[in-house]
Design a binder for this molecule. Structure first.
Ligand SMILES: NC(=O)c1ccc[n+]([C@@H]2O[C@H](COP(=O)([O-])OP(=O)(O)OC[C@H]3O[C@@H](n4cnc5c(N)ncnc54)[C@H](O)[C@@H]3O)[C@@H](O)[C@H]2O)c1
Length: 448
């Protein structure tokens, strides 16, 4: 016990000394370290081999500049990253994020989370992440294309179908993946296995677009079943209106729940009758407009500049699907007042540590992103399988596998929580179940 505490404290001090300013990375790493205490008590050999010392340090980090030309002829320069975090159980796998907030701390936190998430899927994929501080808002298609071409001109030196396979994340959807793939192909020839989230016409998988949102709802459904509860009739708040949010809305509505809010970085909408999927898809996927447009088309809805999480209404389930640290302690407290029973994260780390403590205090059941949003990377791995086979599976085949994977992630997390006597703590359950596979593999591979 004493040995475990000392070991974990030493690791935290190491992180603090090496990267004192990496706030998001420290938040993600400290959470995992705290949750792994009981595992280390059972497995002193992991301390002896310093498995966690290796796990917290990325195998490799690339940082580079991305010069590109704007439509007005001016020369711009952004900063690009790729963190190859851990390849113990397979090639590095994880998305690329384009957002002005992107820095090394954010890419490292996402890459670190990805190790456990990918392990939980049961598929042979390691953890990685990348991105740039490029702001897509207001950019023309040509500017996006020139930026993506320049990004890939550097990134292509570090990736490969059996080495590191990036995908989309915030700011990187089908359009960006198309431009990135096109540039990769110009430089290296046709290799569909180099990226996932590709268009269906050039090696993409059916159901990849829907995967994270659908997967979130499949996980939630399994969680509710485990509590002898059901999704039909539940009132849900969703934040965000991007890829994850839209397909979570679709599947939740199909299964009989009512989603009453969505948002973007400007504000949020509230529609007591349930958000209209077709209107959202038209605004966000076709017109690439702002969410405020919704109230011009749907009479029953209202728009406000507040965060979704400050809206004082009664509801049952919170699905944060926008960005990291979007829910603070006060907003988590409001959830308890509003009668929320479950929080399942579509986004990565959307709840601050204080918010998570508040959920637990009020017995709100909490499903962390690394388990609940693993559907995207799971179908990305299925896209890699299809690319290797030179085959394309049907939507139904992929969707069925996705559902099985999400149910098994819930079952693994619940089983780990039970095994370590942690009750309904699915956060610790996910961290432990994700870690155990990677730790066993690292142990078998020796000094890695
Ligand atoms: N796309 C995937 O397959 C996938 C998989 C796993 C996890 N995620 C995570 O899900 C989250 C959303 O990703 P996405 O792919 O839907 O991105 P996206 O770019 O399609 O959508 C992001 C959404 O969040 C909103 N948003 C961004 N910052 C905000 C803020 N500060 N306040 C309110 N809204 C804000 C944007 O307006 C947009 O609606 C991210 O945390 C991402 O890492 C995505």
């Amino acid at each position: 016990m004493e040995e475990v505490n000392t070991y974990l404290e030493d690791l935290k001090n190491t992180i603090e000394q090496r990267d004192p300013n990496q706030i998001e990375f420290k938040e993600a790493a400290f959470e995992v370290l705290d949750n792994l205490k009981p595992v280390l008590e059972r497995h002193p050999e992991y301390i002896k081999r310093n498995i966690l010392g290796s796990l917290i340090e990325p195998e490799r980090v690339f940082q580079f500049r991305i010069p590109w030309q704007a439509d007005d002829g001016s020369f711009k320069v952004n900063r690009g990253f790729r963190v190859q975090y851990n390849s113990t159980i397979g090639p590095y796998k994880g998305g690329l994020r384009l957002h002005p907030s992107v820095n090394l701390s954010i890419v490292k936190f996402l890459g670190f989370e990805q190790i456990f998430k990918n392990s939980l899927t049961g598929l042979p994929i390691g953890g990685g992440k990348g991105g740039s501080d490029f702001n897509s808002k207001g950019k023309s298609d040509s500017e996006i294309m020139r930026f993506c071409q320049s990004f890939m001109t550097e990134l292509q030196k570090y990736i490969g179908p059996d080495l590191d396979v990036p995908a989309g994340d915030i700011g990187v959807g089908g359009r960006e993946i198309g431009f990135l793939y096109g540039q990769y192909k110009r430089l290296n020839g046709s290799k569909p296995g180099i990226l996932t989230g590709k268009g269906l016409d050039y090696g993409g998988s059916l159901a990849r677009t829907e995967a994270t949102g659908f997967g979130l709802i499949y996980y939630l459904n399994a969680l509710l079943n485990g509590q002898s509860d059901k999704l039909a009739g539940k009132k849900i708040k969703i934040s965000g209106s991007g890829n994850v949010a839209i397909y979570a809305l679709q599947k939740a509505t199909e299964l009989g729940a009512k989603v009453v809010t969505m948002s973007d970085s400007d504000g949020c909408i509230f529609d007591p009758n349930g958000i209209d999927l077709d209107v959202i898809k038209q605004i966000k996927e076709v017109e690439r407009g702002r969410i405020s447009e919704y109230v011009k088309r749907v009479e029953t809805a209202t728009y406000s500049l507040d965060s979704v999480w400050d809206l004082d209404i009664n509801y049952d389930i919170a699905l944060p699907c926008a960005t990291q640290n979007e829910i603070n302690e006060k907003q988590a407290g409001l959830m308890a007042v509003n009668g929320v029973k479950y929080v399942a994260e579509g986004a990565n780390m959307p709840s601050t540590p204080e918010a998570i403590t508040t959920y637990k205090k009020h017995k709100i059941i909490y499903a962390p992103g690394k388990a609940a949003n693993a559907g995207g990377v799971a179908v990305s791995a299925l896209e890699m399988s299809q690319n290797s086979e030179r085959l394309a599976w049907t939507f139904e085949e992929v969707d069925k596998l996705l559902k099985n994977i999400m149910e098994s992630i819930y079952a693994k997390s619940a089983q780990a929580a039970k095994e370590y006597d942690l009750g309904d703590d699915y956060q610790a359950g996910a961290n432990i179940a994700g870690f155990e596979k990677v730790a066993r593999a690292m142990y078998q591979q020796g000094l890695v």
